[in-house]
Design a protein around this ligand. Structure first.
Ligand SMILES: [Zn+2]
Length: 381
């Protein structure tokens, strides 16, 4: 889910993003709350109903943020850096750059979210009970209490990557002492849950259609199920890659025969070089001196018609800004650093000299080879 959102600010130094689906969801939810408030309170003015709808939506959003921050605060307490929080309509994702070291840590990080949502549900319930009946505060408290309880319960469904799936993984991990197997089981759980939701959703939609009622409610379930399925698959692929790289050093997966280009060639000439060699990244030299790194992504950031007028030097990543690794670094950590810095390649440096490069391609080749060899020897754990 790289780049699938809008940054809205920072809390505790963690950048907060809104998923692009949020805007539509926010409008739908506001509409739903607004019309519900207006119809259950016919004595209210239209303005009252709609402004309370808007406020409820905003507080719902705040509740989801509170849930994700609770995960993040526990993670930070274990010195696991949180690189971002992205909010979706039924929850969010706090991106923790490093996986927890121990099952107990994962358990507490995962549990913090549902616990915080149940806590909010209790607070809003108190508001609903103690505010004057049918007042705006009571209506708002009632809705948000219900929604937070739903949010917590939904997230406790035992399918990875939901909180319940993480709790399940931490428990299996604690019992079997095998992180990869625990993840595989939790990810399978996640896919079963996802298919189950899609099936239930379709059933509800079909029943609604046949009965002449609306099908939207059912389609929501299908949509959420499909979304969960995608995320469960992605998360498992990431963990599988991590498992395959276990025990490897950067020097094992780096490419040391690096292609170079001179800094003064035009982007047009660089494009020809890429087509000829099929390589997606090149070291940029000035004579014998390394000055930067040039990639196909950097090339694509410039409109095609401007290629003949621009040199490689104008768009390359300069040497000072290059993400660097050492040959003896662990490959798993490198992968996590590349993910959290959102870069596709890293230069490997020792004693001030570039000795190799790690690209996403070279990592996936290493993962592929390891998995193939594992299949041959049957030693996959
Ligand atoms: Zn959560």
């Amino acid at each position: 889910m790289r780049g699938a959102g809008f940054k809205i600010g920072r809390v505790f130094g963690i950048p907060i993003y809104l998923h692009s689906s949020w805007f539509l969801i926010f409008a739908l939810i506001t509409y739903q709350f607004g019309s519900e408030f207006s119809s259950t309170n016919p004595n209210w003015t239209a303005g009252q109903g709609w402004s309370l709808g808007l406020l409820t939506s905003a507080l719902f959003f705040g509740s989801v943020l509170f849930h994700e921050l609770s995960h993040s605060i526990v993670a930070i307490r274990y010195r696991l850096p949180v690189s971002s929080i992205t909010l979706f309509f039924f929850g969010g994702v706090a991106r923790i750059s490093r996986e927890p070291d121990r099952p107990g840590q994962e358990f507490l990080i995962a549990a913090a979210g549902p616990v915080s949502s149940y806590f909010l549900a209790a607070c809003f319930w108190l508001l609903a009970v103690y505010a004057p009946q049918h007042s705006m505060a009571a209506e708002l408290g009632g809705q948000l209490s219900w929604i937070n309880a739903m949010l917590a319960t939904f997230n406790l469904v035992p399918g990875f990557p939901l909180d319940g799936g993480r709790l399940l993984r931490s428990i299996i991990w604690g019992i079997t002492k095998n992180y990869t197997r625990a993840t595989r089981i939790a990810a399978v759980g996640g896919q079963i849950v996802a298919y189950g939701m899609m099936a239930i959703g379709l059933w509800i939609a079909v029943q609604g259609y046949l009965g002449g009622r609306d099908v939207i409610g059912g389609l929501w379930w299908v949509f959420i199920g499909w979304f969960l399925l995608t995320v469960a698959r992605q998360s498992y692929a990431q963990v599988a890659a991590r498992g395959a790289l276990e025990g490897l050093r950067v020097s094992d997966i780096m490419t040391s025969d690096m292609a170079t280009v001179q800094r003064d060639i035009s982007l047009e000439e660089y494009a020809r070089e890429v087509t000829r060699t099929g390589r997606r990244a090149h070291l940029v030299m000035s004579g014998n001196q390394l000055v930067g790194l040039m990639t196909v992504e950097a090339l694509q950031s410039v409109p095609r018609e401007e290629w003949p007028m621009n040199s490689v030097q104008a768009v390359m990543l300069s040497r000072d800004g290059l993400p660097l690794a050492a040959p003896e670094d662990s490959a798993v950590e490198l992968l996590e650093r590349m993910r959290s810095a959102n870069v596709d390649q890293m230069a490997v440096i020792t004693g001030g000299n570039i000795v190799g490069m790690v690209t996403r391609d070279s990592i996936s080749r290493a993962v592929q080879t390891r998995n193939d060899v594992g299949h041959l020897t049957g030693s996959r754990s």
